[in-house]
Design a binder for this molecule. Sequence first.
Ligand SMILES: [Zn+2]
Length: 234
Amino acid sequence: MYYSGMRYGYGMDPMYILVIIMAILCMVASARVSSVYKKYAKVRSMSGLTGAQAAMEILRRNGITDVTVQLVGGNLTDHYDPRNRTVNLSDATYGSNSVAAVGVAAHECGHVLQHYNGYLPLKIRTAIVPAANIGSKAGIPLLILGMFLSFRPLITLGILVFSLAVLFQVVTLPVEFNASSRALVMLEDYGILGHEEVSASRKVLNAAAMTYVASAASAVLQLLRLIMLNNRRR
Ligand SMILES: [Zn+2]
């Protein structure tokens, strides 16, 4: 969904260079989360609980009985699905008793608790999912069509629609940071991880959070650039 100004005849501009730098930072952040995860996937937790067992323990402690913990395929595909109330843990997380796996499993339970406690940023995020999906698919095509037809209202509409996708990425940030902080507190309070182990889990979760920060910053930058270029055409 990266928008190339070069291709559509805008020419080189300083914002374009920033957009490219941000795209590179996104790649660096995702490479980093893989390497940090790999490192702490080798560190076995003292309690010996697997990701799945840790998740079930956290749910039990919170009196949550209608959420299922299940295995999902893929790499770093762990997520909580509020629609069918399932904590989905990937192969690397579900059956592993590493501090990385337990940290990720607890993070997903953090999302469960946000859902159960009616955490406002999560409500906003869920509410704008459909609009954000339309925004990320239709925003740029509308804008390009508007430029092609030299029809300003269509360009503006494209930018507005695209901004919904950007808003979604920004609202994701408090949701992710809050899920991680809930996770780390619970891991220590419930004695699932020791104090040192919690620090290791924190490193994994922080690295994961950085990927969201990088992609949100990148999206905001793209939006600002579109607005600036649009103003310049006036
Ligand atoms: Zn999350």
